[in-house]
Design a protein around this ligand. Structure first.
Ligand code: PLP
Length: 389
């Protein structure tokens, strides 16, 4: 097979570059203690921040909706796929994000592509943070507007670029709320005041912040008490299910429903997923307990690792990047963690800059004190062994 020979060659170069990817089989529900490829591990890389993905209330809600509405939605929202559950969930999300309306997509990825490819026009420009998620980058690529990248959270650079782009009809600033590799929080208050001054629109992708940041888990906007024009989000992280959304004014949602191709030409997510996500939002709104527990863990782990002498990046979010530096050492570190039953990935170039290889930990409310103690003693002993601390 000629095509296979060609593909082998292309994959070989991926392997040579040390960035070959492969799958691992995770058994059972998405809780911290799992069997991965047949070995018991504690997972420190899940996005299930509040532990809702395996919660009995979400499972029951989904089961009930499954019985009543079936396994699939049967069509796009505009044909036969729309149900009362989709509408109920959208109202819930709009309330939660304090916007007039919201629209579901099949994923956060498709929400970003749908919004960015339809909203800005040829005579517009998108100002995009350097570390934005791949789905925003792809959305920019599909957009008819030009894209200008500004340095990560650098407000001076953003202002310069707002100054330099006055010839465009409209400017859209797009940013992650919480950045997935660095655990940094976009300074939304400053971004929005710059946007006001320069008559730009702000689009925030709050995938990692929804359910996590802010008094009631409302995300980056609630955290700063400022509200962007458009919020994108996912139901696949703290909300514990699947699907994505865009939230904003009623006319914006009506616009998307008529223009966003990833909405129009995609099968609606199953009503059962909507029912589970709805239940998750009810729980997120009703109680801050899980969030409080999560942040007490975050504080404890960040402080302990720093006290040991590690370079811990980011801010108080569930994403804790521990910079090791050298790529080979970081890979060895991750292997030794796995030998200790700790599953946390080594993040290397090109995902991060050379010399900034790191172990990326994500913390969930489902972890136990025992898990945390084991994590910290392992970081201590491996760090000493590899002469990192
Ligand atoms: C995870 C993530 C997405 C993708 O969401 P899915 O629902 O998994 O497609 C989009 N943007 C950001 C910033 C993310 O972290």
């Amino acid at each position: 097979m000629k095509i296979d020979a060609w593909l082998h060659e292309r994959l070989d170069s991926v392997k040579e570059a040390g960035v070959y990817r492969n799958l691992r089989t995770m058994n059972g529900a998405p809780v911290p203690e799992r069997r991965i490829d047949g070995k018991n591990q504690t997972v420190w890389s899940s996005n299930n921040y509040l532990g809702l993905a395996s919660h009995s209330r979400l499972i029951s809600a989904a089961q009930e909706a499954l019985q009543q509405f079936g396994a699939g939605s049967s069509g796009s929202r505009l044909t036969t796929g729309n149900s009362a559950w989709h509408e109920k969930l959208e109202k819930k999300i709009a309330g939660f994000k304090r916007t007039e309306a919201a629209l579901l997509f099949s994923s956060g990825y498709l929400a970003n592509i749908g919004v960015l490819s339809s909203l800005p026009e040829t005579e517009d420009v998108i100002l995009s943070d350097q570390l934005n998620h791949a789905s925003m980058i792809d959305g920019c690529r599909l957009s008819k507007a030009d894209t200008v990248v500004y340095r990560h959270m650098d407000m001076d650079d953003l202002e310069n670029k707002l100054n330099d782009t006055q010839r465009y009809q409209r400017r859209f600033i797009v940013t992650d709320g919480v950045f997935s590799m660095d655990g940094t929080i976009a300074p939304l208050d400053q971004i929005i005041s710059l946007a006001k001054r320069y008559h730009a629109f702000v689009i925030v992708d709050d995938a990692h912040a929804t359910g996590v940041l802010g008094e009631s888990g409302g995300g980056t906007s609630e955290y700063f008490g400022v509200y962007p024009d458009i919020v994108i989000g996912t139901l696949s992280k703290a909300v514990g299910t699947e699907g994505g959304f865009a939230a904003g004014s009623a006319v914006f949602i009506d616009f998307l429903l008529n223009h966003a191709r990833t909405f129009i030409f995609q099968t609606a997510i199953p009503p059962a997923s909507c029912a589970a996500a709805y239940e998750a939002f009810e729980m997120i709104e009703a109680s801050g307990e899980k969030r409080e527990l999560l942040f007490s863990y975050i504080n404890m782990i960040r402080t302990s690792l720093k006290d040991m002498g590690y370079l811990v990046k980011g801010e108080h979010t569930p994403i804790i990047p521990v910079v090791i530096g050298d790529t080979r050492k970081t890979v060895t570190f991750a292997e030794k963690l796995q030998d200790n039953g700790i599953y946390a990935p080594a993040i290397r170039p090109p995902t991060v800059a050379p010399g900034e290889s790191r172990i990326r930990l994500t913390i969930t409310a489902d972890h136990s004190m025992g898990d945390i103690e084991h994590l910290l003693t392992s970081f201590h002993s491996i760090g000493k062994e590899l002469h990192i601390i």
